[in-house]
Write a protein that binds this ligand. Structure first.
Ligand code: GTP
Ligand code: MG
Length: 319
């Protein structure tokens, strides 16, 4: 274990990959490993990139990697794969596209399935960010599709959130109004080589002007990019860096990170407590009997659960 932590701290690709696998499988060594790495975290800048399927997130990530590498920065990417029929083959596509970075030890790219994690994908992502942070990457990029609650939770682990939109999706502005809008720090209108891109920009700016009517200084930047024409990407990079610096100097970065720790601690407490309590109550063996009592209306769900909670506290006191 100490060896694995050392490999991570020395930014050895195989060690990092093993550490992430250990997180994904919720291996017994996970907690100790993360505790060993924790003092070495905090140096990375984290950008989230989210938006509808096919809006060019991976293409932009690829471009951002090249630029950051040219500036001497070490970059890691976590791509959350929703394993949905929508993006079948997307991972392979991403792999092929990013292959040019494959031999570069200053780049680490990992796809993570969005389902089927024992401890939940959000917690796996949080720990993976920590591994990459401890490994000394300057920039960590997290790509997710901006749909479900979990994906939003994940992208909120970022210091700066880039929300990509493209022309031709029709209902995307509706989706924005429905809440995705809240999570974007920087709005990216990608595929600006397409005709309707300017209209999307105008619409987004309009929504933002309403939202920040009383605080125009807080209004998020809107950047038009085209991966096809290689335009606007420098501006996007500069906007994201400037946004990060502003957060940092204004104290909001610390507030955001502290908030994130608070929600993580709460989630961890809930998850661990529920496992322990299920054990104490021997839930597996009792649930059938409880169902019977409630089904036959011998007791109510509230009365039954309150009684069990009383039992737990008596057990804890006596132990
Ligand atoms: N015309 C045009 N096409 C683009 C641009 N950026 C990306 N594309 C194309 O759009 C398609 C989807 O790009 P991706 O980068 O895979 O998009 P994504 O958002 O990562 O997709 P998912 O991960 O599946 O949600 C690809 O065929 C890209 O070549 C752009 O600026 N202009
Ligand atoms: Mg992608």
């Amino acid at each position: 274990l100490i060896e694995l932590a050392k490999q991570v701290l020395n930014r050895q690709t195989r060690g990092i990959a093993r550490a992430i696998t250990c997180i994904e499988n919720d291996h017994p060594a996970r907690e100790q490993l993360l505790s060993a790495l924790h003092p070495h975290c905090g140096g990375a800048m984290i950008w989230g990139i989210t938006g509808p399927p096919g809006s060019g997130k991976s293409s932009l990530v690829d471009q951002l990697i090249s630029r950051q590498r040219a500036a001497g920065k070490k970059v890691a990417v976590i791509a959350i794969d929703p394993s949905s029929p929508f993006s079948g083959g997307a991972i392979l596509g991403d792999r092929l596209r990013m292959q040019k970075h494959a031999t570069d030890t200053g780049v680490f790219i990992r796809s993570m399935a969005s389902r089927g994690h024992l401890g939940g994908v959000a917690s796996a992502t949080a720990d993976t960010i920590r591994v990459l942070d401890a490994a000394g990457f300057d920039l960590i990029l997290i790509e997710t599709i901006g749909v479900g609650q979990t994906e939003i939770e994940i992208v909120e682990m970022a210091d700066v959130v880039l929300l990509t939109l493209v022309p031709g999706l029709g209902d995307e502005i509706q989706a924005l109004k429905a809440g995705i809008m809240e999570i974007g720090d920087i709005f990216v209108i990608n595929k600006s080589d397409k005709e309707e891109a300017l209209r999307v920009k105008t619409e987004v700016e309009y929504v933002l002007s309403l939202k920040y009517h009383d605080h125009p200084e807080l209004r998020s930047p809107v950047v038009m990019t085209s991966v096809l024409l290689n335009s606007g990407i420098d501006e996007l990079e500069q906007s994201a860096e400037a946004y990060f610096q502003k957060l940092k100097s204004g104290g909001q970065l610390e507030i955001r990170r502290r908030k994130r720790i608070a929600s993580e601690l709460t989630a961890l407490l809930n998850a661990k407590l529920s496992v322990r309590i299920h054990q104490v109550l021997d839930l597996q063996n009792h649930i059938e009997r409880w169902v019977e009592q409630v089904y036959l209306q011998k007791t109510s769900p509230y009365a039954l659960i309150n009684q069990q909670i009383e039992f737990i506290f008596r057990e804890f006191k006596n132990s």
